[in-house]
Design a binder for this molecule. Sequence first.
Ligand SMILES: [Zn+2]
Length: 87
Amino acid sequence: MTGSASAEWMLGPERDDEGHMTVRLREVQCRDCGETSGANPEQGVTDRWALRHTVDRGHRYYREIISADLVTQPAPTNPLYEQETVR
Ligand SMILES: [Zn+2]
């Protein structure tokens, strides 16, 4: 643990009302021109974007970017813990 201020908060995956982690998003970025597919949970969608981009532009180098939403929650030492705890 670090200092007392940060010890009052915990960082973890964001969850929906039923406790499931929110959907991870995938994005493909062209390393030749920087254009991106846009974030999408379906790999097929972003893969097809890259294949189409290769046909249209002739660019062949890509970067996969995965993102998952995080959220802070009050730690047990935080006065907000009793009011806000999400289980
Ligand atoms: Zn490109």
